[in-house]
Write a protein that binds this ligand. Structure first.
Ligand code: NAP
Length: 266
């Protein structure tokens, strides 16, 4: 593979920091610039706890793409910015690989339209951990036989969106094989609002936010006299980087938007 020129947005964040390290450590990748919410005009080497890279920092993504030739944007920022960043990348002929969560179905539909119109591939992955993708695939397989299911996702307490993109994606995959079905007692009553969690076609999704956690999910199935639990744990942000690398390599060869890493992993 030829050298891939990459811009990382969100380089001081937990995910972005790992992405900067991964890009710098990959022979056929070159980090050409980073997009930060501050520190315009500095170098990556000037930012605290960052590798000593002489790579420029921009706060204006449009200006960055006007001044640097880039193939791929890796976006790991915040739900409010993911869509805008993708639109800016498309406008400059750059292919986005996005881990930022919080996209609606309408966002994805419209972004896919732009991607196809411009013939620029894009990948949005609510979870880049390959083990988490397998958890989702195994859950879909189990739901065909055990349609009573509840999802418990656990994340660090700085996470802005709930439920997690992975939990929603898991529920969407399960709903492809499971008929909508109300779970629990038909007359159950919440003594405290939210006690039974969020409802996705009758499936319940529970979000836990605590310091010390990274990203964890259990999918629990119940049947006559049995339960089945499928669980995945990301112990640190490095667990996401093989998936980010795979997405960067894949996005160069596609001309549509792919939502979910499970669609590029056989
Ligand atoms: P984080 O530690 O809060 O980092 C986010 C970083 O983005 C911060 O440094 C923030 O800067 C910066 N930022 C915010 N808005 C920006 C903008 N407009 N331009 C440039 N930089 C901006 O969050 P994280 O844990 O790294 O997660 C980042 C995103 O990835 C979240 O949406 C999270 O849900 C998602 N995520 C995805 C995966 C996956 O596998 N797909 C895994 C974990 C997390 P300030 O602090 O100055 O605002």
């Amino acid at each position: 593979m030829n050298n891939v020129k990459i811009v990382v947005a969100g380089p001081r964040g937990n995910m972005g920091k790992e992405a900067v390290k991964m890009v710098a450590a990959t022979d056929h990748f070159t980090l050409v610039a980073v997009i930060d919410s501050k520190n315009d005009g500095k170098l990556v080497a000037d930012l605290p706890d960052m590798p000593a890279l002489q790579v420029p920092v921009y706060t204006d993504m449009g200006r960055c793409f006007s001044e640097h030739d880039a193939d791929v944007l890796i976006d790991l920022t915040a739900p409010a910015f993911g869509r805008k960043h993708m639109e800016t990348a498309f406008a400059h002929g750059v292919r986005p690989v996005v881990g930022t969560t919080g996209f609606s179905d309408a966002d994805i539909k419209e972004l896919r339209h732009t991607s196809e119109e411009k013939q620029l591939g894009a990948i949005i992955a609510p979870n880049f951990a390959i083990g988490a993708i397998l958890m989702m695939k195994f859950s879909q397989m189990a739901a065909k036989y055990l349609p009573d299911v509840e999802i418990i996702e656990r994340h660090h307490d700085r996470k802005l969106d709930a439920p997690s993109g992975t939990a929603i994606k898991t529920a969407q995959l399960i709903s492809e094989v499971r008929e909508a079905k109300q779970q629990g007692h038909p007359e159950e009553k919440e003594e405290l609002a939210g006690a039974r969690g969020a409802d996705f076609e009758g499936m319940k999704i529970h979000s836990v936010r605590l310091p010390g956690l990274v990203a964890h999910q259990e999918v629990i199935f119940g049947g006559e006299g049995q339960t089945l639990t499928i669980r995945h744990d990301s112990m640190n942000r490095a667990s996401f980087m093989p998936g980010v690398r795979l997405a960067v390599e894949t996005v160069l060869g596609i001309d549509t938007l792919v939502y979910g890493l499970e669609n590029i992993i056989e």
